[in-house]
Design a binder for this molecule. Structure first.
Ligand code: BG6
Length: 492
């Protein structure tokens, strides 16, 4: 079913997110005929463009950022007909009356009811400012029957528990909680949603999904990328805020949650919040942080983090974090969970690994001595896959065991189009489905979990910061935490 007719208003329309992710995703939706019949994308930014100039610019960007077979000029132009633009200094609240007028004009000419979806693709310092201006101009309100308002807020949502709570309170004073869509693009990834189906549509996995059979859970996201041109943002974030507080926490929520009584946004999000509420408080000794120094990988030389644009020469911002933690409930009591994430690592890979317990007694040679032979590996980044690892007899040998893998690759489902994360999430917000968006309580609980570590680091900024060469597997000290599954873990 197509979403209701509506206007999607993107603040930050001349920025990176719009050109790399939002417009390409909207084009894909258009190409698959999933956009509303009466639909306008209204770009808002300070850069001066006419509608035509903005479309021309976005046509170039679409050519660059669309994946797969390039679309024809006609298709692109047809899509771009639904794109309009308004030059507006979002910091000048007086200018918002131009936006009010533009929206009224679009509604009239395109025959669109009073349904507005705002997307804040702007730096976080502007969230409150823009939301406040929307309130002042009454754009946050609809008086029309069947009308609605929704607002999508990008990450980072706050920089600590306190700032996240403040932002939540402020936004909730302007929009209804149900109309606030806090985006975490990891939840839009196909494999991430598949965790739920794998767990709750298959008896064989769910029966083993607990402390009786699971030895440990690893959730990691490592990238070869550095901070690119986002040095300034990253300086205020670091890996703990940038990747763990949101993306990896959400993945953990899906891995650890109980089955909801129905597949419903609120019930699902209740279960995730329950997991976050059961997290055992973190100890600073269970968290390792690192920062990359100059290094080499694939014949390329990489700068040190401190030499990147926008980064302080004596920065103590972490670009790598490894941590161990526990969930205090009946399902998970005593099972270690591990997160690790880093920039400028040896390879790009994101996975969830469920390590099952070893058999109680080893009969055969070659059996994994440390970690288990049985692992379920969900590869989250592209190409997405699921592998089940288990021990089998080496052919011709006496009774020697080798770990083998049964693999399912998503791209083997030919003819099945795999939507990217933003496509899925944009469509959900247009349809008013918030299942894959973060609710206030979960968001605040995730900040509550990592806040003590951030505070500890702020008190002792240099203590414990370990340097690792760009292009490596991260600081050697990671082994202190991760040695548990070192012997056969290829990523470590
Ligand atoms: C973003 C982080 O949210 O996620 C980036 O800010 C990171 O630092 C990115 O590179 C990773 O997402 P993906 O989808 O490319 O794995």
């Amino acid at each position: 079913m197509k979403p209701d007719d509506q206007i999607l208003i993107i603040f930050g329309a001349s920025g990176d997110l719009t050109k790399r992710k939002l417009l390409p995703s909207l084009f894909e939706l258009f190409d698959r005929d999933m956009l509303p019949a009466h639909f306008v994308i209204l770009g808002v930014a300070r850069t001066k463009f006419t509608d035509e100039e903005f479309r021309k610019e976005q046509k170039k960007n679409l050519r660059q950022f669309l994946k797969g077979t390039p679309p024809s000029d006609e298709r692109l132009e047809l899509f771009l007909k639904s794109v309009q633009y308004i030059t507006l200094d979002t910091e000048d609240t007086k200018e918002y009356c131009l936006l009010v007028k533009k929206i009224a004009d679009i509604r009239k000419t395109e025959n669109i009811p009073d349904r507005l979806l705002f997307y804040l693709a702007v730096p976080p310092q502007k969230y409150e400012l823009i939301a406040g201006a929307l309130k002042k101009t009454k754009l946050n309100d609809t008086g029309e029957k069947g009308g609605w308002r929704r607002i999508i807020v990008e990450k980072p949502f706050g920089s600590s528990l306190e700032t996240a709570q403040r932002l939540n309170q402020y936004l909730c004073s302007i929009f209804e909680e149900d109309d606030i869509y806090r985006i975490d693009h990891f939840l839009g990834k196909e494999t991430v949603q598949n965790i739920l189906v794998l767990r709750f549509a298959n008896q064989i996995f769910e029966s083993l999904w607990n402390r009786n059979y699971i030895d440990s859970v690893e959730i990691y996201a490592q990238e070869t990328l550095g901070v690119e041109n986002r040095g300034k943002y990253y300086e205020g974030a670091g890996a703990l805020r940038d990747m763990i507080q949101n993306h990896l926490m959400q993945l953990m929520g899906f891995v650890a949650m109980e089955a909801p009584s129905a597949f419903d946004a609120e019930l699902m999000r209740d279960e995730v919040a329950k997991v976050f509420r059961s997290l055992h408080p973190l100890s600073v000794d269970d968290v390792i942080r690192g920062q990359y120094i100059a290094g080499e990988a694939d014949g390329k030389k990489w700068l040190a983090y401190r030499e990147e644009k926008g980064v302080e020469a004596d920065s103590v911002t972490e670009t790598y974090v490894a941590m161990r933690f526990y969930i205090d409930n009946w399902r998970w009591g005593g099972v270690p969970f591990y997160f690790y994430t880093g920039k400028r690592m040896v390879k790009t890979k994101s996975e969830i690994i469920i390590n099952f317990k070893n058999v109680p007694h080893h009969l055969f040679t070659g059996m994994c001595a440390y970690s288990s032979c049985n692992r379920l590996v969900l590869k989250v980044d592209s190409p997405e896959s699921i592998s089940l690892k288990f021990g089998l007899k080496v052919p011709g040998s006496f009774f020697e065991v080798k770990q083998v893998s049964m693999d399912f690759a998503y791209d083997s489902l030919c003819n099945t189009y795999i939507a990217n994360a933003y496509e899925r999430l944009l469509l959900d917000a247009m349809q008013g489905d918030s299942t894959l968006y973060t609710r206030t309580d979960a968001l605040e609980l995730s900040w509550r979990f990592i806040d003590p570590i951030l505070q500890e680091w702020a008190k002792n900024p240099e203590e414990g910061l370990i340097f690792y060469p760009a292009g490596s597997k991260g600081p050697e000290e990671r082994k202190r935490l991760l040695q548990h599954f070192m012997p056969d873990g290829d990523i470590l």
